[in-house]
Design a protein around this ligand. Structure first.
Ligand SMILES: *Cc1c(COP(=O)(O)O)cnc(C)c1O
Length: 373
């Protein structure tokens, strides 16, 4: 079997969840976001690890993700936060007892119809537009939306109200406070109509860490459950463990002389005699071309810079400074090797992106192996 493997440490997800739970304990429930295949870690194992760590609910982006969790036996509350766009998806959420985020009358109608077909109610959380300008109902349109829901005579039931912050991981919190003021008004409107038990929630990882006043009844943790901070400007106040590591082996190693070129388009020319190793991973695995001549891997606990352009299936690295290197030796692309480590947020910087995308980009061709340590 291919030795290029993403190792997923469910134990790390469980312990991260326990730490977040303790951090917000007493004031709020905890939803763990497992959308997009658990941020690339696998949706089902991530969900069970989060529940074992004390998560009260799970968050997904699309109904199919919720259905996958139900099909694998998850009984916990699930909220689908994306837009609901067709009858088929409405059937998926209603028959799967998945709570749906809604912000428009069309989705309310789709859900009411699905509820009639299934002969059971559809539970929803109202998504409020407060400044992200992505999905949500504006405060001035909220009463009309609630009227449309009430007109379904209980087929659609309001169980929550939520919004999403655009800048909670930024140093300057002014915009979050503006968003929060709009949200607070929406929460009052919804709770006045349906009661205090309606769940209000707003905080993603950045706000959980930085803004305890915005916890409301529940928080929605994503990236911190997987062991990363949402950005460089947040307090690293939880002792998180990254759950994702990416390893391969050396598939070839050779000496090149000064002036010899490595890889496509000869973007790297050896300045002197060098030892060059090949690693069987490339952009076909989501190890991005943008890392070419910028990033490094670890071999024998030392950095091995990427030389030349990342190919579809392979990448070449400079192992001159890595001691004795042989075919079959371990290569760490994300994770720890001996004293050295390279984490996804460092990899992200090579491509001017965020750690979320680095892990999510690793394609299904890379086998995921779950461990619990
Ligand atoms: C993805 C997502 C989150 C989690 O965001 P993190 O930054 O990963 O914590 C929270 N809420 C919504 C609506 C999301 O889509």
């Amino acid at each position: 079997m291919r030795p290029t493997v993403a190792w997923i440490n469910n134990g790390a997800i469980r312990r991260n969840t326990e730490k977040i739970k303790e951090y917000v304990a007493g004031s709020a429930r905890l939803m763990i976001m497992v959308k997009a295949d658990g941020y690339g870690h696998g949706i089902v194992n991530s969900a069970y690890a989060a529940l074992a760590g004390g998560a009260d609910a799970l968050g997904v982006a699309i109904p199919e993700e919720g259905a996958e969790l139900r099909n694998s036996g998850v009984r916990a509350p699930i909220l689908s936060v994306g837009a609901l766009l067709n009858a088929d998806d409405a059937d998926t959420v209603v028959t799967g007892s998945i709570t749906q985020g809604v912000f428009d009358a069309r989705a309310v109608r789709l859900l009411a119809d699905a509820a009639a077909r299934a002969n059971r109610p559809a539970d929803v959380h109202i998504k409020v537009e407060t400044g992200m300008n992505r999905l949500g109902v504006r405060n001035e349109d909220l009463p009309a939306l609630l009227d449309a829901i009430d007109a379904t005579n209980g087929a659609v039931r309001v169980r929550g109200v939520f919004t999403h912050f655009a800048t909670s991981d930024a140093a300057d919190k002014k915009y979050v406070y503006e968003q929060d003021a709009r949200f607070r008004a929406a929460v009052e409107t919804v709770k006045a109509r349906y009661g205090r038990q309606v769940l209000a929630h707003a905080s993603c990882s950045g706000a959980i860490l930085e803004l305890p006043a915005m916890r409301y009844d529940m928080v929605r943790a994503g990236i911190i459950a997987y062991g990363y901070y949402p950005g460089p400007d947040v307090r690293k106040s939880l002792d998180l463990e990254p759950a994702f590591s990416l390893r391969s082996v050396v598939s070839n190693v050779k000496t090149v002389e000064a002036g010899e070129a490595i890889g496509y388009s000869r973007t790297f020319v050896a300045p002197g005699k060098m030892r060059i190793a090949t690693v069987p991973i490339g952009y076909g695995d989501g190890y991005r071309v943008a890392y070419s001549n910028k990033g490094h891997m670890l071999v024998n606990g030392r950095p091995a810079p990427i030389t030349g352009r990342v190919c579809m299936d392979q990448t070449m690295i400079d192992v001159t400074g890595c001691g004795d290197v042989h075919i079959g030796d371990e290569v760490v692309l994300i994770g720890r090797q001996g004293e050295a480590c390279v984490w996804a947020d460092e990899v992200a910087a090579w491509a001017d992106t965020i750690c979320y995308e680095v892990m999510l980009s690793i394609s299904p061709r890379v086998r995921r192996v779950c461990i619990d340590e």
